[in-house]
Design a protein around this ligand. Sequence first.
Ligand SMILES: Cc1cc2nc3c(=O)[nH]c(=O)nc-3n(C[C@H](O)[C@H](O)[C@H](O)COP(=O)(O)OP(=O)(O)OC[C@H]3O[C@@H](n4cnc5c(N)ncnc54)[C@H](O)[C@@H]3O)c2cc1C
Length: 483
Amino acid sequence: MITRQLYNLCKTIVRLNRGIHTSVMNMQEQEHPISRTVRILKDDLTNFVKTPFQGPTNPPNIFPRHVDIAIIGGGAIGSSIAYFLKEKTGLRGVNIVVIEKDSTYSQCSTVLSVGGLRQQFSLPENIQMSLFGADFLRTLKKRFGPDADVYFTPNGYLMLASEHGAQQLLDNAKLQRELGAVNKILTKSELKERFPWMEVSDVEAGCLGLEKEGWFDPWALLGLLKRGAIDLGTQYINGEVVGFNFDDQQDIIVDGQLSGTTQRLEEVQVKLPNGDIKPIKFAYCIIAAGAESGEVAKLAKVGNGAGMLTVPLPVERRKRYVYCFECQENGPGLNTPMTLDYTGLYFRRDGLGGAYITGLSPQPDEEPCTSNLEVDHDFFTNRIWPLLAQRVPAFNALKVKSSWAGYYDYNMYDENGIIGAHPYLYNLYLATGFSGHGIQQSPAVGRAIAELIIDGKFQTLDLTRLGFDRILVDKPMYEVCIF
Ligand SMILES: Cc1cc2nc3c(=O)[nH]c(=O)nc-3n(C[C@H](O)[C@H](O)[C@H](O)COP(=O)(O)OP(=O)(O)OC[C@H]3O[C@@H](n4cnc5c(N)ncnc54)[C@H](O)[C@@H]3O)c2cc1C
């Protein structure tokens, strides 16, 4: 990165050299060492000095051959990591490049998500990460300036339990309160009183979030994180990671491996839009490639190497549909919570004009094909609508207005984030697999990875249990579903 100091230093060297060079010429003596250095580096220095200092908001558009940290994927997770690393180390602390293959972000999970934020989880780590997400959204203006806005709609989630899941709902709500969330358990009759439009004969209890829950514009959050990272000196490169180069580690011996066969990741190969493939050397690399993280990890031999590398990163694309519909007659009003039904259905209001959005996680045998983002309208008609109409009789009459599909960065192992260093490739970090709750956790994940790399350990939230190691020792971190 060209800094003001370096720029001034170069100008001084060139000035010095001019003076020295003249006297040397006059004296017809042997070439002066500084003059020789400048002559040899002439082209480099000329380019360097000619490149105007553009300030931190505009890092020079020079392809970096060597960086401290390479982040693969510039969605909410990758951008948050870059932002927090830079926030921690200062403008010139570490040299970071974010490699993003699609600068339009047309298919990335972040912009296709519905931007929900809740603390209604069963794992303390998930609750705490989302609490930090809420705090982060509150401090946006302080961090990013007075215009920073993600258009947050404060509105509680309402999680509904049948008789079977009621005790778990109570236990979860208690844990959430202990960790700082604010919620209220509603009995069947309290639910009916508060939400008269809801059919609750099959519901035993509900948990309503009273604070720090709602939804926001994910695109706006991505924009702020990315802008923030760039302002602090991060460079974004439009290119696709297509491979890695390794370095043999003769001096490191790993149990069960022949000595001298240990390797570390050294370079990432980046395919540029013009087809050129260029390497970038790095000290650390982070895979934050969303739904494609499992495929990117394979390029680093995770899942197709030997020993510990036989275990893949279990993250793959899973297509999820979102449908927007209108219900003008007697539809639930503005106090409609983001309702999560025990059937897996969710719905909430979308704006002030009688519109709603809805979705449903498919059963394993219903998983849609992932080769495109086409929407299956029969899935709404056959699977979602009956559930909607059962829960809210007014939804018997509705009209679908639009729909879209996006990919979950789905962790096939236990549907939760995988956060931290790879146990064998020690300069490779993973931040992926959030399976439907990654956007709200992106600030906490960014902060966590920055702590791991810069401080050597988690400082604020201990996310050790969400590391890749849990897959090796087979300790899944399931969210307990409410039925
Ligand atoms: C329909 C839907 C609804 C959702 N609702 C919510 C919600 O309510 N709340 C919530 O918290 N979360 C939600 N999520 C999940 C959330 O969107 C994701 O968990 C989160 O956005 C993941 O962010 P990411 O940065 O890891 O992935 P992405 O946003 O997908 O970013 C990854 C980036 O990596 C890039 N990339 C991939 N491979 C390469 C490569 N080889 N080289 C270079 N770049 C590469 C991609 O182009 C992409 O831009 C939802 C997701 C979907 C699809």
